[in-house]
Design a binder for this molecule. Structure first.
Ligand code: ZN
Length: 295
């Protein structure tokens, strides 16, 4: 039995060995396959990530789809994005606010004297007889504090680009002791000065110079559209209305056209014609019939 069964057992054992070897080979192959797939997948992922980072560096954004697009991402400076546009507008608004604040900022006595001294020097070298106009500051209707208004008036009137070039300097006086009264008035109060004063504009009646609060706060749209600022409008409207008190009339000098500076006495709040906004008297407007006290 043993001799006849032994070769059979041997064959069976050999088959089992062969089967085990085959199994081991298949298992190894499977393992290698899995390993290969894993490694290649990781490599592909790394390559994709590299591509993504490259794209992000080029466009300045991490938007994957733009990197995959066959079209180039738009250049950064081609046109401002809505966010950048808002920033530019904010910057513009901030500058305007600063300009208005600076024009109406509180004045120390030293600053006041310095402004006056420069205005007086300009008046004395103007060739006209230097004279001083005193003004009182007042308000009518609901306009709040007039401190900022008063400081703006002082700076605008005594600016060396303004009426001092026609020989006139300006000093703020006490109630009742003034050549003119400059009032900041609520729009609806304008007709209470004269039937000829409109709620839409500023006005001058006798010794009263009335600045319309509505225009003080908002200027006029065509003025702003022409690139001028609210601070410049305030300067213009003060100089224009006080110009009437110096003897000037509306539109006495025609607009020269071609976007030249508008004459100060042109009714710039109503029209610019072919002129540019201008808050200062032109050379041809440097005269005054007003005679006040010695500066
Ligand atoms: Zn006028």
């Amino acid at each position: 039995m043993s001799t006849t069964r032994s070769p059979r057992r041997h064959v069976r054992a050999r088959r089992r060995r062969i089967y085990r070897i085959r199994r081991a080979v298949v298992a190894c192959a499977c393992l290698l396959l899995v390993l290969g797939v894993t490694l290649s997948a990781r490599g592909a992922l790394r390559a994709l990530n590299a591509l993504h980072e490259q794209a992000a560096a080029h466009t300045g954004s991490g938007i994957w789809s733009s990197a995959m697009s066959p079209y180039r991402a738009p250049e950064r400076n081609a046109s401002p994005s809505p966010a950048e546009q808002t920033l530019t507008e904010d910057e513009h608004t901030r500058k305007q606010r600063e300009e208005i604040a600076a024009l109406g900022a509180a004045l120390t006595d030293a600053q006041r004297n310095e402004i006056y001294a420069k205005a007086k020097q300009t008046a004395q070298s103007s060739g006209a007889l230097p004279t001083r106009m005193t003004y009182c500051i007042a308000s009518r209707g609901n306009v709040g504090s007039v401190d900022h208004f008063a400081n703006t008036v002082y700076r605008a009137l005594n600016d060396v680009r303004g009426w001092p070039r026609a020989g006139v300097v300006f000093a703020q006086g006490q109630d009742g002791q003034c050549d003119v009264t400059i009032t900041l008035a609520e729009a609806k109060e304008l007709p209470s000065f004269s039937a000829g004063c409109s709620e839409e504009y500023s006005c001058r009646v006798g010794n009263d110079v009335i600045i319309n609060k509505k225009r003080w706060d908002g200027a006029v749209q065509h003025w702003l559209d022409a690139g001028a600022t609210l601070a410049q409008y305030r300067t213009m409207v003060i100089n224009h209305e006080v110009g009437h008190a110096l003897g000037h009339i509306d539109n006495e000098t025609p607009c020269g056209g071609n976007k030249q500076s508008a004459p100060l006495m042109q009714e710039q709040s109503m029209f610019l014609k072919e002129c540019s906004p201008n808050p200062w008297p032109l050379d041809g407007e440097l005269w005054s019939t007003f005679v006040g006290s010695e500066p």
